[in-house]
Ligand binder design. Structure first.
Ligand SMILES: [Zn+2]
Length: 149
């Protein structure tokens, strides 16, 4: 982000906060140390992600992709299927036209997709993404799966 005062290319972010439809950042130029404000809108149209501690960040496809990949290690799942899971989650987020979504809700959506794809990947993902208070529901899910066999 170019400094509007001296034109330097580098600035560091000193404050980030969500505003309507985007993120407002206070930046400080690394050259002249003057501060300026920028507004950024999520380019993708995807909602901002609200983390469990309340911080907001832009949706990161790669991050979700990595999580799903990790859950699918050594399972008979093609790279294409993994991409599909992520794309389906994004489609639902887009069609909900929400401006913000809890990271936990993204995890939940992803779980729904994985459940149809591969049970092992589903349970792995659940154990990483859900917090302790959700483990009881995973246990129920595992019991239900075992009952089916
Ligand atoms: Zn500057």
């Amino acid at each position: 982000m170019k400094c509007p005062y001296c034109g330097a290319d580098d600035s560091r972010v000193v404050d980030t906060r969500p505003v309507d439809n985007g993120i407002r950042r206070r930046r400080e130029c690394v050259d002249c140390s003057r501060r300026f404000t920028t507004y950024e809108q999520p380019a993708s149209g995807l909602p901002l992600v609200v983390k469990s501690d309340g911080r907001r960040e832009e949706y990161d496809r790669q991050k979700l992709l990595n999580g799903v990949r990790k859950a699918c290690v050594k399972r008979p799942i093609s790279a294409e299927s993994i991409e599909n899971v992520v794309s389906q989650v994004e489609d639902e987020l887009l069609s909900s036209s929400r401006t913000e979504v809890k990271s936990k809700d993204i995890g939940q959506l992803t779980l729904e997709k994985l459940r149809d794809l591969d049970k092992v990947a589903y349970i792995r993902f659940a154990s990483v993404y859900l917090r302790l208070d959700d483990l009881e529901s995973i246990k129920k899910e595992v019991d239900r799966l075992l009952d089916q066999h």
